[in-house]
Design a protein around this ligand. Structure first.
Ligand SMILES: [Zn+2]
Length: 300
């Protein structure tokens, strides 16, 4: 049996938050080391949730969120993009080439009825290459340009600073071509802490994975959806101690997860998983004794 992959799933799936039309966009997949993805969780446990390949890697979706907001089309996170070489895409098992456009993200946008020039706001949860790689694109002449030329890019000011000043531990994840051209373009809106970017769309600090990581909350008509990003990358990461080895501050992740998931369960939020290879959206039911797990996620 091969591991499930999102490669053959719909490019774009429509859902609603109140009267707001939203889409999950399938921007392809990557493969990361299963041990690194599950931190201290032993392999016999995590491999039952997501099956590893012969190199111990697990398939992970590159799922973005699109919101048809009255103030303009909003894209949350941008996948990996097209700037990396074959060595990189081989190491990370990236499958995100497009058939209609240069990337699968553009194909997915097209499936939702849009072109890159239609996007008015790009919101980054954080600036790791698998979330912000599609912010910019390599043109046929080799130059790097904004992939969404008419958009304003929104990100946490301190995350941009953190990405621009990496250390030995963080450098491999923060690739300047993904964010430096954006910062230099003048098409960036830097925010500090919890910020309502547009009416009903809030960048919510959810630290732990990186210090200035943010999730994106969409509220309309009494309904709420939350794009968790790397706070809970897959439904398998719902249990409190199932925290990625990549997280810089796992004890902070633990606190943030408990706070956000408690609220999500109580208020019936729709949760969007950026990296889950099979499950795009779910609600979670409160659990009386030991918190949440994949079994407490009800697929939407
Ligand atoms: Zn990340």
């Amino acid at each position: 049996m091969s591991a499930p992959t999102p490669a053959d799933r719909p490019l774009a799936a429509r859902f609603a938050v109140g009267r707001l039309v939203c889409w999950t966009l399938n921007a392809g997949l990557q493969r990361l080391d299963g041990g690194a993805m599950f931190g201290v969780v032993p392999k016999p446990l995590w491999s039952r949730r997501i099956e590893p390949d012969e190199r111990n890697r697990i398939p992970l979706a590159l799922r973005c969120l699109l919101v048809e907001h009255p103030d303009g089309l909003v894209l949350v996170d941008t996948g990996i993009g097209n700037k990396e070489d074959e060595k990189f895409t081989g190491i990370y098992g990236v499958e995100n080439a497009g058939e209609a456009g240069p990337t699968r993200l553009e194909d997915a946008l097209s499936a939702a009825g849009y072109r890159p020039g239609d996007v008015r706001w790009v919101v980054n949860s954080h600036l790791h290459f698998d979330h912000a790689g599609g912010n910019t694109a390599r043109r046929p002449d080799g130059s790097v340009a904004l992939a969404f030329p008419d958009a304003t890019y929104v990100m946490q000011r301190r995350e941009l600073d953190f990405a621009a000043h990496p250390n030995e531990r963080t450098r491999a994840s923060y690739l300047p071509p993904n964010f430096a051209p954006v910062a230099a373009s003048g098409r960036v809106r830097l925010v500090d802490g919890e910020t309502e970017v547009l009416p009903g769309i809030t960048l919510l600090p959810t630290p732990g994975h990186v210090p200035y990581h943010a999730s994106v909350v969409v509220r309309e008509g009494g309904e709420t959806a939350c794009f968790l990003a790397d706070l809970v990358p897959t439904a398998a990461h719902l249990p409190a101690p199932w925290i990625m080895g990549y997280d810089l501050e796992p004890m902070v992740t633990l606190e943030t997860k408990q706070r956000v998931l408690t609220r999500a369960a109580r208020e019936g939020w729709q949760l969007v998983f950026e990296h889950d290879p099979a499950l795009a959206r779910a609600r979670i039911a409160p659990h009386p004794t030991h918190g949440y797990d994949a079994a407490s996620a009800v697929a939407l």
